[in-house]
Design a protein around this ligand. Structure first.
Ligand SMILES: *Cc1c(COP(=O)(O)O)cnc(C)c1O
Length: 361
C-alpha cells in the first residue's frame, strides 16, 4: 500500500486512522456480522452510530442545546435552496459575495426571491474578505448569507460580521471543524462533509431551534423541510448511513487529538509553513491579501504560466496530488485540511524550495 500526499480541495484527505478503522470494521461492524453499509437505518446498532456521531459533534463544536444538528443529503448545493425555501418571510435575502460558492448560493436564492448584495470582493477577483464593520443588512431581508472559507479563492473570515436582529447563515463547508467556532453567532451553519469531515454525500446543518417554526415556502418538498428532518432525527427517509458513520469516526478522531483548539494549532502551524515560504520566495507568491488568508486552502502562483505548469508536473511526479488551482484563479492550490499531516506540508515546502533553487537564475 502506498498513500500519497493528497492536496485535493474536496473530496479530500481523511485521517489514516479513520480509514484504517473503517477498513477493520468493513465486513463485521462490532460483532453485528455485517458492514455498516448493509445495516438497516432503523436498527438499534445504526441508531447508536448516528446518536453518537451527533453527540460527539456537539462536544467537538460545543453546540448549545437550542440548536439542532441535522445530517442531510445533496451537498452544500442543496442548502443554497433549502435556506430560502425554509427561512423566507419577505423573500428578500442579503448576500456577502466572497467567491464562487457565495455566487452559486446567490444564484439559487434568486429562484425564490430578491437578492441584495450588501458587500462583495469581486472587484479584485475575490482575493480578500471585505471589511464589514459599517455594512448594514437590508431592513426587510429574511437573512444574511456568508461563506466562511472560500475554497476556490483561499480566503477566510477572521472576524464574523454582526447584523443585530438578523439571521446570519454561514456556508462553512471548507472550514468546518478546522478551529473553534462560536455557533451562537449564526442562525444556521451548513457544511458539506467532503472537505474536512467525511465522504461526499453528507451535509451537516446546525440550525437554531426557533427557525424551525418558520413556515416553508409553498411547494417545498417534504424532504427539504428542516422541521421534517429535525422531527425525524435526520431519518425521515434513509439517510446517507455510511457517510454519517465515517463523519462520526472523524469526530472521535478530532476529540482524541485534542479537539478544535488542537486542530487550530496544527492547522496554523501547517499554513504558516507555506505562507512564510511564499512571503520569502523569489518566484512563488500567495494570491490573497494577508489579512484574509485561509488556513485550509492555500492559493499561490508564479508570474509565468510555463513555470506554473512545470511546477505542477514536477509536483505530480514527486508524489503530490491535486495541487492545480481552480480554473477561475489559475496557478496552484494546496488544500491542507485537518487530516493533512504536518509531514505532508513540510515535504511540499521542501519540494517548492528545491524547485525555486532550480529555476531562479
Ligand atoms: C464544495 C463547496 C460547496 C458545494 O458542495 P457540494 O457538496 O458539491 O454541493 C459549497 N460551499 C463551499 C464553501 C464549498 O467548499
Amino acid at each position: 500500500m502506498k498513500r500519497i500526499y493528497n492536496f485535493s480541495a474536496g473530496p479530500a484527505v481523511l485521517p489514516e486512522e479513520v480509514l484504517q478503522q473503517a477498513a477493520d470494521e468493513m465486513l463485521d461492524y462490532k460483532g453485528s456480522g455485517m458492514s455498516v453499509m448493509e445495516m438497516s437505518h432503523r436498527s438499534k446498532t445504526y441508531q447508536a452510530i448516528i446518536d453518537e456521531a451527533e453527540a460527539d459533534l456537539r462536544k467537538v463544536l460545543n453546540i448549545p442545546g437550542n440548536y439542532k444538528v441535522l445530517f442531510v443529503q445533496g451537498g452544500g448545493t442543496v442548502q443554497f435552496a433549502m435556506v430560502p425555501m425554509n427561512l423566507s418571510k419577505n423573500r428578500i435575502y442579503d448576500f456577502i459575495l466572497t467567491g464562487h460558492w457565495s455566487k452559486a448560493a446567490k444564484k439559487e436564492a434568486e429562484i425564490f426571491g430578491k437578492v441584495n448584495v450588501i458587500a462583495s470582493s469581486e472587484d479584485k477577483n475575490f482575493s480578500y474578505i471585505p471589511n464589514l464593520d459599517n455594512v448594514k443588512a437590508s431592513p426587510d431581508s429574511d437573512f444574511v448569507c456568508m461563506c466562511d472559507n472560500n475554497t476556490i479563492f483561499g480566503t477566510k473570515y477572521k472576524k464574523y460580521p454582526e447584523f443585530p436582529g438578523k439571521i446570519l447563515v454561514n456556508d462553512a463547508s471548507s472550514s468546518f471543524l478546522s478551529e473553534p467556532m462560536d455557533v451562537t453567532k449564526f442562525g444556521l451553519i451548513y457544511a458539506g462533509a467532503q472537505k474536512n469531515v467525511g465522504p461526499a454525500g453528507v451535509v451537516i446543518v446546525i440550525i437554531r431551534e426557533d427557525l424551525l417554526e418558520n413556515e416553508p415556502l409553498p411547494g417545498t418538498p417534504t424532504l427539504l423541510k428542516y422541521k421534517v428532518l429535525a422531527d425525524a432525527g435526520s431519518m425521515y427517509n434513509t439517510p446517507p448511513t455510511y457517510g454519517i458513520y465515517i463523519c462520526g469516526l472523524v469526530f472521535k478522531w478530532i476529540l482524541a487529538h485534542g479537539g478544535l483548539e488542537a486542530m487550530k494549532e496544527r492547522n496554523e502551524k501547517k499554513a504558516a509553513l507555506i505562507y512564510d515560504f511564499l512571503d520569502n520566495s523569489k518566484i512563488f507568491k500567495g494570491t490573497v491579501d494577508k489579512g484574509s488568508r485561509s488556513l485550509m486552502n492555500v492559493c499561490f502562483r508564479t508570474d509565468s504560466e510555463e513555470l506554473n505548469e512545470a511546477f505542477l508536473e514536477g509536483a505530480k511526479k514527486a508524489g503530490f496530488a491535486n495541487l492545480k488551482g481552480h480554473r477561475s484563479v489559475g496557478g496552484m492550490r494546496a488544500s491542507i485540511y485537518n487530516a493533512m499531516p504536518l509531514a505532508g506540508v513540510e515535504a511540499l515546502v521542501k519540494f517548492m524550495r528545491e524547485f525555486e533553487a532550480a529555476h531562479v537564475k
